[in-house]
Ligand binder design. Structure first.
Ligand SMILES: Cc1cc2nc3c(=O)[nH]c(=O)nc-3n(C[C@H](O)[C@H](O)[C@H](O)COP(=O)(O)OP(=O)(O)OC[C@H]3O[C@@H](n4cnc5c(N)ncnc54)[C@H](O)[C@@H]3O)c2cc1C
Length: 479
């Protein structure tokens, strides 16, 4: 309580570790507070896939690229829904972050850098890279630098210490420090700069319901992703942005209806991997997207547009027999064993019975399938081109997919220097936020752009670590 730290960082994850490493290099006195019992945050389970333009790796491979092209690509993919200042900051400094990692020996898969790995829209230039052990490779690469920073004595790490409140000057509204609860009980720490790097809310069902009106269908994020930084920011006058830009994937198959449920697999809905033989219908029984739509973003947006963000994949026994297995990594035998036995895998002798089992409207489902069958030799109502055969031969089947998300869309509002701002867009003095706490909307808008969470989290941590003291001295000179 008596010490005054140069920088207090809340959260020793992707962003917080980078911030501590770079602040330590400037001899800052850093207090790093981590609620869980370990460093690394989401990197333990993240894909850790990164994107950066103008890297040494690209130069070595003769790939011409620039931060402007990266910026244009991200904004094209999300139709300009991301925060321009935050995206600009991320892409302008991404190459330095990526080069830092590769200089440290980051192991990369041979495809790196690629346009995409398939899950999201491709870039126009090869700038997307990943590692054999995904996020854990990134963690292993930076962990020695982090341990070295702790060894210098510049960084004091306190694990199992959760920040529960911010200390605010009632007159100036400047942030003076933090309140914590931990193994040693309650405490207060004072600091000149407070960096919130607490990650997202992807494991917080109440926030999913509050922000997006959707249940937390599955637990894809670490359990620590409870959005505590959003509440800390709100408690001192900060505000949240991005709720209308909710983004999730095109669906996964859940273990059961007790949300959040386990994910047990996903259907192969990517036409570049497997062309669709089935039709996709919403909870009413209506088709809602052209199943062979090549843009993953278009497919995801169609699903996100449904009120309950889930759908049925409907097919018949002829398709089950002749089409390549529809579930990724599942054999035909595994799929057959689940149909009619697992709550997400229906089997019925008639379309009407299938609708009844799935809670669909039988007339609507029958009409959707009849229209699809009838259009096989003409134009599909939704413009689908790949229509190998009608759905006419019972028994009939349906597999349920739920739109799930790994990250939180909503974030704490900041300015171009990552200062937390109030509703009048004025910085709340001494308070910064970075990483997923800014919300995926800030760097990716209403879409998913390859690598635009991990690279920005590391980059913003690095920038804050490098610049905070500089900004401090400028501020002191101005005062
Ligand atoms: C399964 C999965 C795969 C992903 N794959 C990719 C990918 O390939 N590419 C990509 O770009 N993005 C990916 N992401 C997203 C990306 O990994 C995260 O957005 C990013 O790592 C978050 O970094 P962060 O530093 O903001 O938060 P984190 O790394 O989550 O760190 C936050 C830390 O803060 C701690 N904390 C929280 N609240 C408090 C508190 N009140 N007091 C003290 N400590 C607190 C937490 O315990 C945690 O250690 C993925 C996410 C998931 C879940």
């Amino acid at each position: 309580m008596n010490d005054r730290w140069n920088i207090i960082i809340v959260g020793a994850g992707t962003c917080g570790m980078a911030a501590a490493i770079f602040a330590s290099r400037r001899n800052a006195k850093v207090l790093l507070l981590e609620g869980s019992g370990d460093i690394g945050g989401t990197l333990h389970i993240s894909g850790g896939m990164m994107s950066a333009a103008g890297t040494k790796l690209q130069a070595k491979l003769g790939i011409k690229d620039s931060p402007q092209e990266h910026y244009d690509d991200v904004m094209r993919i999300c139709r300009n829904t991301a925060d321009p200042a935050v995206v600009r900051l991320a892409v302008d400094h991404a190459a330095a972050t990526f080069d830092w990692l590769t200089d440290l020996g980051l192991p990369l898969v041979p495809q790196s850098p690629a346009l995409t790995a398939g899950a999201h829209e491709p870039y126009t230039v090869r700038r997307y890279s990943w590692c054999p052990e995904f996020g854990r490779s990134v963690l292993k690469t930076i962990a020695p630098s982090f341990q070295a920073a702790v060894a210098t004595g510049n960084v004091t790490l306190k694990l199992r210490t959760k920040v529960t409140g911010l200390i605010q000057d009632p007159r100036t509204r400047a942030i003076l420090g933090v309140r914590t609860e931990g193994a040693d009980g309650a405490a207060e720490y004072l600091g000149s700069n407070i960096v919130l790097a607490t990650g997202g809310y992807g494991a917080n069902g109440a926030m999913m319901a509050e922000f997006h009106g959707t249940p937390l269908y599955a637990m894809g994020a670490p359990v620590e992703a409870q959005g505590s930084g959003l509440n800390l920011g709100r408690s001192v006058g900060g505000f949240l942005k991005g709720a209308e830009l909710y983004h999730g994937n095109f669906g996964t198959v859940l273990a059961d209806y007790n949300y959040p449920s386990k994910i047990i697999g996903r259907a192969l809905t990517m036409p570049e991997v497997r062309q669709p033989w089935e039709v996709y219908v919403d909870s009413e029984g209506n088709r809602f997207v052209r199943e062979d739509e090549s843009s993953v973003d278009e497919r995801e947006r169609a699903l996100i547009g449904l009120p309950d963000r889930r759908y049925w994949i409907v097919f018949d026994s002829a398709i089950l027999k002749d089409a390549p297995p529809v579930m990724e990594f599942w054999s035909r035998e595994q799929i057959e064993a689940a149909l009619g036995h697992h709550p997400m895998f229906l089997r019925a002798d008639t379309i009407e019975e299938l609708a009844r089992q799935g809670g669909m409207n039988a007339e609507k489902l029958a009409r959707s399938i009849a229209a699809y069958n009838g259009a096989l030799n003409g134009n599909d109502p939704l413009g689908r081109k790949h229509r190998p055969r009608p759905i006419t031969k019972g028994p009939y089947y349906a597999i349920r997919q739920h739109c799930t998300t790994l990250v939180g869309t909503v974030g704490l509002a900041v300015d171009g220097q990552l200062r937390v701002i109030d509703r009048n867009l004025k910085p709340i003095q001494n308070l910064y936020a970075a990483g997923e706490l800014l919300g995926s909307w800030a760097t990716m808008g209403d879409s998913a752009a390859n690598g635009m969470m991990v690279t920005p989290a590391l980059t913003f941590g690095r920038i804050l670590g490098e610049r905070l003291l500089q900004w401090d001295s400028r501020r002191a000179a101005a005062e």
